[in-house]
Design a protein around this ligand. Sequence first.
Ligand SMILES: Cc1cc2nc3c(=O)[nH]c(=O)nc-3n(C[C@H](O)[C@H](O)[C@H](O)COP(=O)(O)OP(=O)(O)OC[C@H]3O[C@@H](n4cnc5c(N)ncnc54)[C@H](O)[C@@H]3O)c2cc1C
Length: 337
Amino acid sequence: MDDGSVGSNVYDVIVVGGAAAGLSAALYTARQGLKTLVLTKDIGGQMLLTDEIQNYPGFPSISGFDLANKLKEHAEAYGVEFVYDELVGIEESSECGGLCFKLKTPYAEYHALSVVLAFGKTPRDLGVPGEQEFKGRGVSYCSVCDGPLFKSKNVVVVGVGDQGLDAVNYLANLCSTIYYVFGHDRPIGSQDLVEEVLRLPNIRPVPNSKVVELVGNKKLERVVVENTKTKERTEIPADGIFIEIGYVAKTDFLKGFLQLNEKKEIVVDKEGRTSRQGVFAAGDVTDTPYKQAVISAGQGSTAALSAYNYVQRIKGKPASSADWRSLKPKQNVELKL
Ligand SMILES: Cc1cc2nc3c(=O)[nH]c(=O)nc-3n(C[C@H](O)[C@H](O)[C@H](O)COP(=O)(O)OP(=O)(O)OC[C@H]3O[C@@H](n4cnc5c(N)ncnc54)[C@H](O)[C@@H]3O)c2cc1C
């Protein structure tokens, strides 16, 4: 008889996010013998946006891409499964024969006894007409990733602080002309960087201005800017726009399910527990004040040990406070330094 139960397709833990926090969490839960799934949009997260990380202990200099792949290989070696999809909803469910969680993506549903949310931060949207329409067709949120696609083209950068200035500096070596739109008389940011950027031969500063609309046909063609003092509008012909205005935790779908702070970050305690039993969180998506790869990794392993103890408890088994065992990896992956 079908009792609506999802039977053996229940994971002990689903980790959402495949970057420093999520991959570290998955390594830990898998090493403890939990059936672990990583549900993620990509491998690496924000680390992919930087060419070099110099402060991840043990690696004096490593690219974000390489570090992410090492973390993935390490987790895979202990039997972690991966699904590339986007979490859009989560709820408690009784479909597992006891309390579990149902995680929804646009394409599927997954069930787990416990969850570690480690889905970090995502670039902030500008929120102007045309932005969604031209995403990936002229609109980019990562100059380092997409800059080479705009070689010898005219682009606009709308940026905040050093993030915007870094983008202009980087693109200056690739693009023909860079229109830098900022809201004050001078760009805000580190003094040295401001001077350096304003000296670039191919930068056209657009001060006291904001972007109000993106216009094009099949791809972006023009960026409409408004002078905030005179209200005059100008159209800048551009093949691309780089939006570098910070990162946000996209947690709206968790409202009412978990406690969030005023920045929409997930509130956690020192054991990585959220306001709901069985749901843990780690890394940049949480209210931790320091957003760093190594901190995300540490928080990931903390949340994983808490998730393990939670699952043990509901299975009537003993808890553990550390993972000091020497285990043979399940897969024959050569873990090189
Ligand atoms: C340009 C730049 C340079 C940096 N340089 C350094 C540095 O030198 N040193 C350092 O320590 N830190 C650095 N950082 C910060 C560091 O990258 C972050 O602190 C770290 O990556 C956070 O890791 P995380 O796992 O918490 O989240 P993220 O890196 O944000 O990863 C989130 C993961 O979740 C996935 N995801 C997001 N939403 C969903 C969803 N709804 N469903 C499924 N999956 C989802 C993403 O695909 C990604 O895999 C830098 C950041 C940037 C942007």
